[in-house]
Design a protein around this ligand. Sequence first.
Ligand SMILES: *Cc1c(COP(=O)(O)O)cnc(C)c1O
Length: 331
Amino acid sequence: MDDTVTFGDIYRARRAVHGRVRRTPLVPSPSLGEHAAAPVYLKLEHQQLTGSFKLRGATNAVANLDAAQRRRGAVGFSTGNHGRGLAYACRAAGVRCVICMSRLVPRNKVQAIEALGAEVRIVGDSQDDAEREVARLVAEEEMTLVSPFDDPHVIAGQGTLGLEIVAELADVDRVVVPLSGGGLVAGVARAVKTLRPQARVVGVTMERGAAMYASQQAGRPVPVEELPSLADALGGGIGAENRYTFAMVHELVDDLVLVSEAEIAAAIHHAYWQEQQIVEGAGAVGIAALMAARIPAAGATVIVTSGGNIDMGLHHRVVSGEPVDLSAAHA
Ligand SMILES: *Cc1c(COP(=O)(O)O)cnc(C)c1O
């Protein structure tokens, strides 16, 4: 089968990202271990450079550009963690990076991308307008589009996180991974299950707009309505023309679990007060699933906290136990 990512791809990615991304800590969590009545560890990937694992995939994708592609540059349309990762990876490699976004994107997100050295191109009033500009840059200027998840180099780069887990905890029984488009869980599951076939991999998403979950249920990629969520980095569809992650999730992921907004809030709260970690909503869904007993207790468990880029005003309200108005938080 061609449209998949192998362990060899991930092994090569490890060399490509070595020294360019941080090897993040794996730490025991006694309080979550008590919850689960099993040893629980946190893979603190929210401490990655740029604040999320997306840097791994972007770094590997940029490392795999050929000389002509490097000259013309890379382009993307994510305003969030993938945009940050791609901008950072391109600057580190001396490659031009253009991120397209609509006029509706808040100023602070524009500035965060610009501060990482990317050109921001503001086009139109919707995500669709931004995507059309990306398509134009690819067609007319021959720039390379780097997808946030459905790209073999991106998936292989995310898989390096799985290698790190097994290197430190050879007898891991279960890995719990936040899930949106599925690049992270696909890469991690390929790495972990190659080295330790009996380990189970669990993907966790928010109830509000779970595109991969709905697609696996339907047996094909389906669109879902996008709703405001504390786990905003998990929003968006998996693409009607999905090539890699839909099949890899079907092949490799043992359980798909959904968590509610209240459970995500409780997990952000727990991460702060019990683990002394600032984790964004998307990064906290694994903790949420464990605390809400949505995953069965079974052996040595690793929970990936995948990102930390949260608006600090919103974070303050959540950890203070104040009610959160998400429509305002995301305006
Ligand atoms: C993108 C993202 C995810 C989901 O990753 P996919 O590869 O799209 O499944 C999870 N957590 C954070 C913080 C993210 O930025």
